[in-house]
Write a protein that binds this ligand. Structure first.
Ligand code: GLC
Length: 481
């Protein structure tokens, strides 16, 4: 099957979050399936363009029409990708190549990604790559199904389009003028992109694509409710006949405690006792915490954003630190109030609290490996990858039972058997404390059961093989229609 995957980020080239991880591992997993030809197109951001590791050659040049604008596009083929995925970067200095900033956050992001979405379709047409299926992701590539259906159908007569929602919070809003000025779609598409008089490109994608998927089964159900859907619940409900949830995997080749170059010691489920102890010791040293094997080390690697459940942690952190014999380590950057709160806690409890307000992938891996307990109390979580990373490194997750957290962390029994971690149902700080308390109870009172739980976590299959097979099933079902 010919599959085109379009996204605004993909590791290792450009990544700001989980979407980048998915766009690294999913194309690779799909291209391992015999008979598949997988092509991935990403914007040629400045940091990719300037990175000498990525050798490219010019595959095509063409013009993209965006309203009254004619914009250059260079299609750069990556020469040194080994795993069979054909990677292309779309080169345009005005929108991507000469922008110094991060991936997102410019005032004209709507125009930048409208350009990218349209240019991807043009690029495939120019290359003569007419895929059976296009898989596109989040608002940045949400215009693809709408353009496909409205303007590009003659060039792609049979091509089906899947739209995957990684996070419904960001929908790609623009003012009404954008429709004519930039998109210049046929007028009959105005209602499908319209939301309260403005343009909402995610809404358009949900309506025009052949299938909508999201990144866990529970999140697919949650999206029917206003609490989770950020205004799109009605639209999602109307499209429920074509909505499916497929829980993400993690890249078990990159995230592997047996080989991860960031770790001071390596281990697997059989050698966890020695390996993890060494990692914990080294981590405590690195974080400036007292080196103690017996004290539980609670870790969290996260963007410091409200929906990650930080308000719950802030609420209980002082009592946890003053009442319990434990250590807490947080790694991440984000909203200023959280950054300063955790810095303040570290100053107040230097023996127990470490706040690393930075972005550091190596330290992240060492925290997954060196921690005992991983905290992830997200208010909502489409899938979440770090709870899986943590489990894969033998660190027991304590999570809010929402979205992908609910699907990937089945609860442990009272006696510590079965299940993979601890969770709490309703989003409040006391219940989070309760779940942590149960986990700490097992750690302290039943170390054998805690160890068995860690081993269960490590042996769980979080690879992309199962989700990739599910994507294939949906691709086939789309093509049969
Ligand atoms: C987004 C979601 C996260 C998910 C990731 C990859 O970042 O917030 O829950 O794991 O996308 O699908």
């Amino acid at each position: 099957m010919k599959i085109a995957m379009l996204a605004s980020e993909g590791a290792p080239y450009a990544k700001s979050g989980g979407l980048g991880d998915v766009m690294e591992a999913l194309p690779a997993a799909l291209s391992r399936i015999p008979g598949n030809e997988v092509c991935l197109i990403l914007p040629y951001y400045k940091k990719i363009k300037e990175n000498p590791k990525y050798e490219t050659e010019l595959a095509a040049e063409f013009q993209v029409t965006l309203g009254w604008r004619q914009q250059y596009a260079g299609l750069m083929r990556l020469k040194n990708r080994q795993d069979g995925v054909r990677v292309y970067f779309l080169d345009n200095d005005y929108y991507f190549g000469a922008r110094p900033g991060a991936i997102y956050g410019d005032g004209d992001d709507d125009e930048r990604f409208a350009y990218f979405s349209k240019a991807c379709l043009d690029a495939m047409a120019v290359m003569g790559f007419i895929p059976d299926v296009i898989q596109c992701n989040d608002w940045q590539t949400a215009l693809v199904p709408t353009y496909l259906k409205s303007i590009y159908r003659p060039l792609f007569p049979q091509t089906k389009c899947m739209f995957t929602i990684h996070n419904i919070e960001y929908q790609g809003w623009s003012n009404a003028n954008f429709f004519d000025d930039v998109l210049r779609l046929p007028w009959e598409y105005r209602p499908c992109l319209d939301m309260n008089g403005s343009v909402n490109v995610m809404k358009g994608a949900i309506e025009t694509c052949d299938l909508v998927t999201t990144v866990s089964e529970t999140y697919a159900r949650e999206l029917m409710y206003p609490y989770y859907a950020h205004g799109l619940d009605g639209i999602i409900a109307g499209a429920s006949w074509k909505l499916t949830g497929i829980t993400n995997g993690i890249d078990v080749h990159t995230f592997n405690p047996e080989t991860d170059p960031a770790l001071p010691a390596h281990y697997n489920a059989d050698t966890i006792a020695q390996g993890k102890a060494l990692c914990k010791q080294a981590l405590q040293k690195e974080l400036g915490l007292p080196v103690r094997a017996d004290v539980p080390l609670l870790v969290m690697v996260t963007r410091l954003a409200g929906h990650k459940g930080l308000d719950l942690l802030c609420y209980i952190a002082r009592s946890l630190l003053s009442q319990e014999d434990l250590q807490i380590a947080i790694l991440g950057t984000g909203e200023v109030q959280y950054e300063s709160f955790f810095r303040g806690l570290q100053a107040e409890f230097p023996e127990k609290m470490a706040a690393k307000i930075t972005f550091d992938l190596g330290l992240a891996a060492r925290m997954y490996a060196g921690g005992d307990i991983y905290m992830m109390p997200s208010r909502s979580e489409p899938c979440g990858l770090s709870q899986m990373n943590a489990m894969h490194y033998g660190t027991v997750p304590v999570v809010h039972a929402t979205g992908g957290l609910k699907d990937t962390v089945p609860g442990v029994d009272d006696d510590g058997c079965n299940g993979l971690g601890y969770s709490f149902q309703s989003y409040n700080a006391d219940d989070f404390y309760g779940a942590l308390d149960r986990c700490l109870g097992l750690y302290r009172e039943n170390p054998e059961a805690f160890r068995a739980l860690q081993i269960r976590d490590m042996r769980q299959d979080f690879s992309w093989n199962v989700p990739a097979a599910k994507y294939m099933e949906l691709f086939r079902s789309m093509c049969q229609k």
